[in-house]
Design a protein around this ligand. Structure first.
Ligand code: CIZ
Ligand code: SF4
Length: 322
């Protein structure tokens, strides 16, 4: 509608005026992803967002995602201004892994290599030996396992169990989960598969093991988009945040994409396959981030000592991925 068009025009102007670029996650709302594309920004997973932001010449990055993504950008690009539509956009994995208790857990197992998921605070990253995202977690754990390392894994227990099962690695699990993926339901998914017998099931490994077991392809957001593009099936049942349908449909325009069922088959779900924190990245919030009249609402700062400690395991991942 008119207000939205006005807001988009204003954002486009502000992006130019402030030498800023919009970096959006696959789970943000479709209009935010479209705006990032239209304005020369990027839409991707957390690993690519951080790399794109680091390598882009813009002075300011608007990170439409959740807080840990803004922090990762600041850690990689300390000289850039990192703004977020709202600093209240967090993540249940980050919230469920406070530095004090996580650090105690690590201290109790000093002979273990600490591997943490990107969905964590800068402080938790700083305590880790390795940071991984879901697109590269399997390879990195395989690599560490081949060196006979015992590992502490945090915070996502579903992703951790999936990787332990695939690799046979010795991993002590932190008990965290994503409130979105944790809600996918195996029983309802089995029923849905009966209705669509030719559909392939695509599952993000933050989902429960019972759901992962039903998958034809398991992978990170980018890997699932690739699967929809390359697999022969004409229908896909997708177990990850609904935001992904925007890019997945773009990549596979002729395919029929169906959301996997969540708690109570949609009747009693809490997140209903869309992250409430990702949903906070609306047009008005982006506008207000660009204006940055109140940095306490928008700007990411990471203490310098913490930044350097968190940079080491992050760079380890980026070098491994390169
Ligand atoms: O669930 C998330 O927040 C994901 C998949 C983040 C990422 O690595 O892109
Ligand atoms: Fe965190 Fe899950 Fe939201 Fe991703 S979708 S930001 S893992 S709560």
């Amino acid at each position: 509608d008119e207000a939205k068009a006005e807001s988009k025009a204003k954002i486009k102007q502000l992006l130019k005026d402030k030498d800023a670029v919009l970096v959006a996650h696959y789970y943000t709302d479709p209009e935010i992803q479209a705006l990032a594309e239209e304005t020369g920004g990027c839409v991707s997973d957390s690993l690519e967002m951080a790399r794109f932001g680091r390598d882009h010449p813009a002075k300011t990055l608007i990170v439409a995602g959740v807080k840990f993504m803004g922090e990762t950008s600041k850690i990689l690009s300390p000289d850039k201004t990192i703004l977020m539509p709202t600093l209240e956009a967090t993540c249940s994995l980050d919230l469920g892994c406070p530095i004090d208790t996580f650090s105690e857990f690590c201290d109790a197992h000093p002979d273990h290599t600490v591997v943490v998921y990107a969905n964590t605070s800068a402080a938790v990253k700083a305590r880790a030996d390795w940071v991984v995202t879901s697109s590269i977690a399997l390879e990195i754990v395989e690599h560490l396992d081949s060196q006979d390392k015992k590992m502490i894994w945090g915070p996502d227990r579903h992703l951790g169990s999936y990787i332990a099962k695939q690799t046979g690695a010795d991993m002590l699990m932190w008990q965290g989960e994503c409130i979105v993926h944790d809600e996918f339901q195996a029983k309802a998914l089995r029923e849905l598969k009966k209705i669509h017998p030719n559909a392939a099931v695509l599952v993000h490994p933050e989902s429960p093991a019972s759901v992962v077991e039903l998958a034809d392809a398991v992978g990170s957001t980018s890997q699932l988009i690739k699967a929809a593009q390359t697999m022969d099936n004409d229908t896909f049942i997708v177990a990850t945040d609904k935001g992904i349908f925007y890019k997945m449909q773009q990549a596979a325009p002729d395919k029929n994409l169906i959301a996997a069922p969540t708690g109570g088959n949609g009747a009693t779900c809490k997140s209903c396959a869309h992250c409430p924190w990702m949903a906070m990245n609306g047009l008005k919030a982006i506008e207000s981030a660009l204006e940055n009249k109140d940095p306490s609402q928008h700007e990411i700062f990471v203490d310098d000592t913490l930044r350097l400690d968190a940079l080491k395991p992050l760079d380890r991942m980026l070098d491994f991925a390169a």
